[in-house]
Design a binder for this molecule. Structure first.
Ligand SMILES: *Cc1c(COP(=O)(O)O)cnc(C)c1O
Length: 377
């Protein structure tokens, strides 16, 4: 949502061109809400959601840990003040020399989802802790992470067994229930799988100690979403159900849920037109689109709330598109977006809930448009 601080910033600074404005007060509130909802879990902020230094510094100062996907993200988290013990290398797909570099920087916690990755880690990061990611069905998520990451639970047993044999610390199991996950039972299914991996390995004397419950916590877009407290409750109940009174250490890795609602993009209507006189759907072209930071509109997956100065008046369905010369740069067409009839060329609009997965998804200079500028206030 556009907070008063964001509105004041836009009114006084009048920044030119499309830009994202992030309110750190909202990030602070989100971090505290996660702490309160899951008091026994460590929070590893997923840096990829928004790596702005101001956000990383705030979270580091509040005691957050960080889930990173590359050496560059590790360095960003360290520059923000996070010690190596509070950083995990959570990408399951890593070059061996990057694992080595991370190890040199002091990183000791690594994600894997196959024996081949375990072997890389054993070669260059001796003794490191590894957790194995298991597949989830992603059901209920608006931005599912599909089959790219993780392995079936039975294979996770082999992967962790191999880790142990190679002298690594077989530390635990991770999963990600899919991003923008609004089904509170998704964690229950995944925790059941995790529990079975724990039990099988325990029979061989390999005692796992940690479950990384990933991200997936939603941001409110057009529909209401359950609050952090509801997720905390559902997750705690699932942990108790599967692990009884032997609940392991747990980690959560919120990205979207930490920063999504903290940011608003200011954009401008460049053109409103029709393709034929008798069309009843207008085309509205903004100065930002899929290549300017709104990549999550791919397949119309994420539908952002759009605020205009004409809200409350009569609306009509519009196709919403970006400014570039690529015909893929159309955000909403299959399900047209209702916008006020009185919206005109040159109007500013606010695209809400854009604090996550926007700046880093912007192309560098496609058609000469500069990457999305961000102001963190
Ligand atoms: C992207 C990612 C996250 C963050 O996911 P959200 O749905 O944005 O909370 C967490 N963990 C891992 C491993 C990720 O890749």
């Amino acid at each position: 949502m556009a907070t008063q601080r964001i509105l004041d910033f836009l009114a006084t600074r009048r920044p030119n061109g499309p830009c994202l404005v992030v309110d750190l007060d909202v990030v602070r509130d989100n971090f505290r809400a996660f702490e309160k909802a899951l008091p026994d879990s460590k929070i590893y902020y997923a840096v990829k959601a928004n790596p702005a230094p101001e956000i990383l510094r705030l979270l580091a100062s509040m005691g957050s840990s960080f889930d990173t996907a590359s050496v560059a993200e590790i360095e960003m988290a360290m520059d923000a003040g996070a010690p190596a013990e509070r950083i995990s290398f959570g990408n399951t797909i890593k070059k061996e020399r990057d694992i080595q570099r991370a190890y040199e920087l002091g990183i000791r916690l690594f994600a894997v989802d196959c024996v081949e990755e375990v072997e890389k880690i054993a070669r260059v990061a001796p003794g490191a802790r590894v957790f194995c990611r298991v597949l989830t069905d992603g059901e209920g998520a608006e931005w599912p992470l599909s089959r790219k990451f993780g392995c079936v639970p039975a294979m996770a047993v082999d992967v962790l067994r191999r880790a142990k044999a190679l002298g690594l610390d077989a530390y635990g199991v991770s999963f990600h229930v899919g991003s923008q996950q609004c089904d509170l039972t998704a964690w229950d299914r995944a925790l059941g799988d995790a529990r079975r991996v724990f039990a099988t390995l325990a029979e061989e004397g390999i005692v796992l100690r940690m479950v990384n419950m990933g991200g997936g916590f939603p941001t409110r877009y057009l529909k209401d979403v359950p609050a952090a407290q509801a997720y905390g409750q559902a997750i705690f109940e699932a942990l108790s159900k599967h692990f009884g009174n032997q609940i392991p250490e747990t980690i959560i890795e919120p990205g979207r849920g930490m920063v999504g609602n903290a940011g608003v993009i200011k954009s401008e209507v460049v053109l409103i037109s029709k393709k034929a006189d008798n069309d009843n759907v207008r085309w509205v072209y903004l100065d930002i689109g899929k290549f300017g930071g709104l990549a999550e509109t791919m397949d119309e997956a994420i539908r952002y709330p759009i605020v205009t100065a004409h809200d409350g008046g009569e609306v009509a369905p519009c196709v919403l598109a970006g400014p570039t010369c690529d015909s893929a740069d159309v955000m909403y067409e299959k399900t047209p977006y209702p916008l006020p009839l009185s919206l005109t060329i040159g109007d500013e609009v606010l695209i809400e809930g854009t604090g996550a997965y926007t700046t880093t998804y912007a192309s560098v200079a496609f058609n000469g448009f500069e990457p999305l500028r961000a102001y963190v206030i």
